[in-house]
Unconditional design. Structure first.
Length: 231
């Protein structure tokens, strides 16, 4: 979602409108469903999808990237066209993409720890979201450029993963850049909610959900690594 900087200022404070609360609530519900889906998928053969896709890391990144972009475009087209059936299909694709990926990460932990890991990940993700939201709402300025920076970070991450597919140490750079991309996009989406009052609340809900879900699955990987280091 590339965009260009515009000379826009805002004097808004921290008060949330009913529309903003609808966006936050809707994104939270979608994220809660996704976390539940991750937990459920760990008990199905779909948990092994990552194992096959990430035999070559760039393949996994491209497949999940395409699923997320495709799901978002389909969902947005459905909303804009007033076709909730199409929008639902897009949301199913997004939920499955994040759900299967998350389950594929979670499957390496003992089943009895899954709820704890998901809970810790949810708390850390919520804290990161709160910090970014607090910063966005505290600054009377535009954050439109964050959308462009997020795209640059995603592209850099894909290139790093491509190199890392053959030079393993570079994979970490790809992880960091893609994680940074989702953090920047989260900030951009929150700014959109704050300042774009005429935009569709449903479309903004989808945008915030995707950004939060992207942050969540990256935090999940970090939590998994930390738990493994404690054994």
């Amino acid at each position: 979602m590339s965009s260009f900087e515009t000379p826009h200022e805002t004097s808004r404070g921290f008060g949330l409108s009913s529309r903003e609360l609808r966006v936050i609530g809707g994104a939270s519900i979608l994220m809660a469903i996704n976390v539940l889906l991750m937990y459920v998928i760990t008990a199905t053969p779909l948990q092994q999808v990552n194992e096959y896709l990430f035999q070559f890391p760039i393949v996994g990144v491209l497949v999940y990237g395409a699923a997320i972009m495709g799901g978002e475009l389909i969902a947005e087209r459905g909303v804009k066209g007033g076709d909730m059936g199409v929008a639902f299909v897009g949301m199913v694709i997004l939920q499955l993409a994040f759900g299967i990926f998350g389950a594929g990460v979670l499957r390496f932990a003992p089943p009895e720890t899954h709820l704890t890991i998901l809970g810790v990940t949810a708390i850390v993700t919520a804290l990161l979201t709160a910090i970014i939201a607090g910063y966005i709402y505290a600054r009377a300025k535009t954050f439109e450029s964050w959308g462009r920076y997020a795209n640059f970070s995603f592209i850099g991450g894909v290139v790093a993963v491509l190199i890392g597919t053959f030079v393993a140490p570079v994979l970490l750079v790809g992880f960091v850049l893609i994680f940074l991309g989702f953090l920047l996009r989260l900030g951009y989406e929150i700014w959109q909610v704050r300042d774009q009052r005429d935009a569709s609340a449903t479309l903004q809900t989808i945008g915030v959900y995707i950004a939060v879900a992207g942050v969540f699955v990256h935090v999940l990987q970090l939590v998994m690594r930390y738990m493994a280091s404690q054994d």
